[in-house]
Design a protein around this ligand. Structure first.
Ligand code: UDP
Ligand code: MG
Length: 138
């Protein structure tokens, strides 16, 4: 099974790329694709199209996710979607368990929570397609 992950700008700025990728390797996940891309606001609207996000959160997120490059990664492994969600930890880093990426490295504010991982199998392919589509680059 595959899943889709984004290392967000705050993680890159803080020098956490190696730490995060190391965890994927230690867990036995295979990196199928990895690219640094500067994405557009149009991409952000596609990626965060969930109606759960209120407009204030989305507005902040859009700024953060389009100002600096992101690292998009397709990972393969058994139950990869579930495994990744458990490895990243709770959305709010202050609530995330130690041992998770957000729990070990995350600080406030909540929108700068280091990493994205697809939350269900149904959206993995679409999220990866949007991210790697050059028409959604900045
Ligand atoms: N987010 C936020 N405040 C919130 C909820 C979400 O800033 O109260 C941001 C945060 O960056 C999060 C993203 O919106 O990663 C997407 O929200 P989601 O609920 O999908 O969280 P995730 O799946 O990333 O844990
Ligand atoms: Mg989500």
């Amino acid at each position: 099974m595959e899943t889709f992950v984004i290392i967000k700008p705050d993680a890159i700025r803080r020098g956490l790329i190696g730490n995060i990728i190391k965890r994927f390797e230690q867990k036995g996940l295979t990196i199928l694709r990895i690219e640094l891309r500067l994405k557009s606001r149009a991409w952000c609207a596609l990626h965060y199209s969930s109606p759960d996000l209120n407009s204030q959160i989305y507005h902040r997120l859009k700024e953060v996710m389009t100002r600096q490059p992101l690292i998009g990664i397709v990972l393969e492994g058994e139950k990869a979607v579930t495994v990744l969600r458990r490895m990243i930890g709770a959305t709010d880093s202050t609530q995330a368990w130690p041992g998770t990426i957000r729990g070990d490295f995350g600080t406030l504010p909540v929108h700068e929570n280091l990493i994205h991982a697809s939350d269900s199998e149904d959206i993995v392919e679409q999220e990866a397609k949007y991210f790697f589509d050059p028409r959604t680059d900045c």
